[in-house]
Design a protein around this ligand. Sequence first.
Ligand code: SF4
Length: 116
Amino acid sequence: MVDRHGSGTPASPTRDGLPRTVPEGGAATPIPGAGPGAAHLYVPLPFCAHRCGYCDFVTVTGHDGEHGGYVDAVLAELELERGLLAANVATVFLGGGTPTFTEPAALARLLAAPKR
Ligand code: SF4
């Protein structure tokens, strides 16, 4: 297998047979935008109206009423990592699930948190 990253670590095959983008044992070079001062967040919101058979995302259905609790857990984790974030977070990318399926009040609390 080809070492595409020049790390000296042979690339390992993955489930789909493609080379890893990060060598085993961690990244050989810092990931741009990661670490102290990170200004961009990715937050997965796993709630979906239905489960699609072809989907590889971690999703749940039938958890109405639990979106607020999930957001509480995300906010607690965010508070633990606050020291790694930039003072002003520039981007919050919402991943799925289906982010727009999240209860609006919970979504609003999540999006307000990085501004504190
Ligand atoms: S994330 Fe999209 S594709 Fe996956 S189960 Fe939910 S609605 Fe379906």
